[in-house]
Design a protein around this ligand. Structure first.
Ligand code: TA6
Length: 306
């Protein structure tokens, strides 16, 4: 199916909708430069992001369960209306486990979208009666997934309060990057920042100032970080540059050996080949008045080194 009219300007790119093995729609974005991305309407999750060389940039576990109601272990999951497991809501909120729809004519954006000449799709999630029972706030959650000709991936989330009273929420793009080996990567851009350590009852620490490397389990929320963070992968000779707006925090997670073995949908050794680095909004939830909208933005750029 080639649903022209689904996305805006495609110039040389294409947008197709295919069914997955559960009969759920997946949107296949292809850029004029030969890059592609696949987005599932289940969870609004980016399931794949592939280069013009056919290299997959996002990790998906070989043990992932491709059957609702659990989110597939990998890709880019949406954490909304919370990230974490506090309160009565399920871990990381319900948005990643709900069926979204394609929105053909989204309302105007309040920020630059920079989508001209790119291939993109707009998705929408509204709460079901079941969602309203666990989180009694009417909202519209929108997501534009945009693929540039050069492969850059942009995610633009929007949350609108459709209630007659204010609500607050947190948000995260829980992103499983595919890496060569956990011993071969480092993160730059988080030096000297404070972080909550989930391995120490969320105690607050200050980063010591070196780039972050990995020798054991890490589960941290870096607070109020700079707008640019880089994941340098020496093994694959490539760097992911993460640029973000409206998403001040960064979650860094690698479960390491013991925790990975405890997860049924994570292959025993796979912690070596993935690293989660999430643009997020956690420490200071956003409060929206009735009718108000919040917009964020995450751009992931790929650079190769020789
Ligand atoms: O900080 C990331 C984190 O919250 C970890 O604590 C870990 O539980 C991970 O997300 C994955 O969560 P999930 O619910 O997808 O198994």
């Amino acid at each position: 199916m080639n649903p022209s009219g689904l996305s805006g300007d495609q110039r040389g790119g294409s947008v197709d909708v295919v069914k997955d093995r559960n009969g759920i729609d997946q949107v296949l974005l292809r850029s004029s430069g030969g890059f592609s991305a696949r987005v599932s309407l289940y969870g609004g999750q980016v399931r794949s992001w592939m280069t013009d060389r056919g290299e997959e940039l996002l990790f998906t576990s070989s043990k992932a369960v491709f059957k609702p109601p659990k989110a597939v272990r990998g890709g880019i999951q949406i954490g909304f209306p919370q990230f974490g497991n506090r309160g009565t809501l399920e871990q990381h909120g319900f948005a990643r486990n709900k069926l979204w729809v394609i929105e053909k004519n989204p309302p105007p954006f309040m920020i630059r979208t920079d989508s001209d000449g790119k291939t993109f799709i707009d998705l929408l999630l509204k709460p079901s009666d079941e969602d309203l029972k666990v989180w009694p706030h009417s909202f519209e959650l929108r997501l534009r997934v945009c693929l540039g000709a050069n492969g850059n991936l942009s995610l633009i989330p929007r949350v609108r309060n459709m209630n007659c009273k204010p609500f607050s929420f947190s948000f995260a793009f829980h992103t499983y990057f595919s890496i060569s080996d956990i011993g071969e990567v480092r993160i730059e851009g988080l030096e000297t920042r404070d972080y909550f350590d989930n391995l120490c009852q969320r105690e607050r620490f200050t980063d010591q100032g070196n780039s972050l490397t990995f020798e054991s389990e890490v589960d941290r929320v870096y607070l109020d970080t700079s707008s640019k963070v880089a994941i340098l992968d020496h093994g694959k000779k490539r760097t992911f540059i993460i640029q973000k707006e409206g998403l001040p925090d960064v979650v860094v997670w690698n479960p390491w050996e013991r925790k990975t073995k405890a997860m049924a949908d994570f292959g025993d050794d796979e912690y070596k080949r993935t690293l989660c680095v999430d643009g997020a909004l956690i420490e200071k939830p956003i409060s929206l008045k009735p009718g108000q909208e919040w917009t964020g933005r995450l751009d992931i750029l790929l650079l190769y080194s020789s």
